[in-house]
Design a protein around this ligand. Structure first.
Ligand SMILES: Nc1ncnc2c1ncn2[C@@H]1O[C@H](COP(=O)(O)OP(=O)(O)OP(=O)(O)O)[C@@H](O)[C@H]1O
Length: 259
């Protein structure tokens, strides 16, 4: 039985529907692997995509998949029980990522980014095994704008994330349908529907990277003065004026288009 579709559910579903339309995220015949970590974002993503699927004239399939990185204490059975209860097609993939991270990670390097890289590889090969042409991830609006600021402030590049990205292997497309959904809405959604959120049980589980934390705080502070700040920032990512930037490669691009 699907979740009760209250006002917040409908609001999130509408935002996801808009993203699917704006970025052409889903087509007839797609078989989409939805990465479910047991965290709030991916549970929300799965339930919303499922609701849209039931109402959509475009036929597509969903397969939920969890990568078990092998951290002791990861309560994978909680995820399996929930997905079974809702009748989702589900695959749990066990890996020895924990061991690899412990032995190969360079001291001082980020635990999460190493873990995420390993996980991405597993998700791609899982998509092949399960006959999925797309992989849906639960990144939301706040992830996009925080990443934009992180890259500007700490890396010196003008870059966020893509809602739709062709993987380097050319076989899979990664989609991020929650691009227009704010984190606060997801937190309320998960609470309202009592979704069984668990953490990955890694040594830094639940800790938000300090730089990202700083960006969150900055956005929170600025929102006191500029209430529509988040909408404006996500809008800015879709309203780029390349000729008013400084990248010489962009100038080359314009010159070659003009000639
Ligand atoms: N162990 C996993 N198995 C399958 N997919 C995963 C796993 N971990 C993360 N993902 C996918 O990658 C996305 C981004 O992962 P990240 O680690 O940044 O988690 P997050 O932003 O806290 O999201 P969530 O709340 O879903 O855990 C998740 O939303 C999910 O779709």
């Amino acid at each position: 039985m699907p979740l009760e579709e209250d006002a917040l559910f409908r609001k999130i579903r509408k935002a996801v529907g808009r993203a699917i339309g704006d970025f052409d995220l889903i087509q007839e015949g797609d078989r989409i692997l939805v990465g479910v970590s047991g965290g709030k974002d991916s549970y929300t993503l799965l339930h919303i995509l499922d609701s849209l699927r039931r109402r959509s004239p475009v036929r597509y399939e969903l397969v939920a998949a969890t990568v078990d990185s092998g951290f002791p204490g990861f309560r994978k059975e909680v995820i399996a029980r929930h997905l079974e209860e809702f009748g989702f097609e589900y695959r749990l993939e066990s890996t020895n990522a924990y061991e690899i991270i412990e032995t190969r990670r360079r001291p001082g390097s980020s635990y999460c980014s190493f873990c995420a890289r390993l996980r991405r590889g597993v998700l791609y090969s899982l998509a092949d095994k399960l006959g999925c042409n797309k992989i849906a991830l639960g990144h939301h609006l706040d992830d996009f704008i925080e990443t934009l600021l992180l890259n500007q402030f700490y890396v010196g590049s003008l870059k966020a994330m893509s809602p739709k990205l062709q993987a380097d292997n050319g076989r899979h497309t990664v989609i991020r349908p929650l691009v227009y959904v704010e984190e606060g809405e997801i937190i309320r959604f998960v609470r309202q529907h009592s979704l069984p959120v668990i953490c990955c049980a890694c040594p830094v589980c639940g800790e938000v990277d300090q730089k990202r934390q700083r960006m969150k705080q900055l956005i929170r502070d600025l929102r006191q003065e500029i209430p529509h700040l988040k909408r404006s920032m996500i809008g800015a990512l879709g309203n780029v004026h390349p000729r008013h930037l400084l990248d010489p490669q962009l100038n080359d691009l314009f010159r070659s288009r003009a000639s």
